[in-house]
Design a protein around this ligand. Sequence first.
Ligand SMILES: [Zn+2]
Length: 297
Amino acid sequence: MPVCRKCGQEFHNSLWERIFWRNDLCPSCRVRRNEAIRLLSSRLDQFANDGYLDIREERALQEIMHQYDLTEQDLSPVMTRLNELRSRTRAENIRLLRKKFEQISSDGYIDDEELRSLHEMAASMGITLEEIDDIAIRLRRLLDLTAIHDGKLPVLDDVDIILKPREMCHLAYPVQLVEERSHTHYVGGSRGVSIRLTKHISYRVGGFHGQRITVKNLEIVDNGELYVTNQRILYAGERRTYVYPLGKLVAVNKYANGIRFQKEGEKRPKYFLIDDEFLIEEIALLVYKLIEKRTER
Ligand SMILES: [Zn+2]
């Protein structure tokens, strides 16, 4: 006599049942299982009404599955519907989290309260921020930016330029150098967001709104690396090298796709194309913080 896998009682199985159903449940456990599947199915219909399975609803379904010890095979009639609803829910959760992240990060700063609420929102959806690559990456960048805001400047240990005594390199990044074409008068176009580097000017947070540098009257003339140290900004390219001593900087212009530094007595503007909005913000903020430190002394 076969033994019921659920209640452990022996039960009678007809030859046909043995051949066609391979029952491992006694008749009464079978009835209970079928009831459970019907219950699960009707709950699922109910929960699927709004196309979203919230975490309480998910838990209610799990509870039915556990309570009646339903196997994967038992669940097969509802599984397709359940998985479909789960993946719709996940897509919606990610959309909502991205939206929340956009709101929080628009000012280029994330405080503890904002960070906590973001994590809490994810937790309430049964997911972690680390699971969503693009948010995880941008969150790390935003935390970097926030650290600089709070005066914690990054220091690079290993750079391929020769540093002067007491010089520290804070940032290095590959850029493209763009200059105005000679003999053409450059008119208007991209203005970007200008930060004047004088005393007592507070840094304007949230610069992801600058215009793009348009390459219409400009051309890419060189490829190189941009370094920001506590003494200067250095562009070291394949063909050209430019230095902006921090003491001679007048302004920094942020654009959606690059940055420009203005120094005393400079004739032709030079733009550095950077394909990373966080980095543009980071460089501008870093320069501002370094100038602030110099004037404090
Ligand atoms: Zn049983």
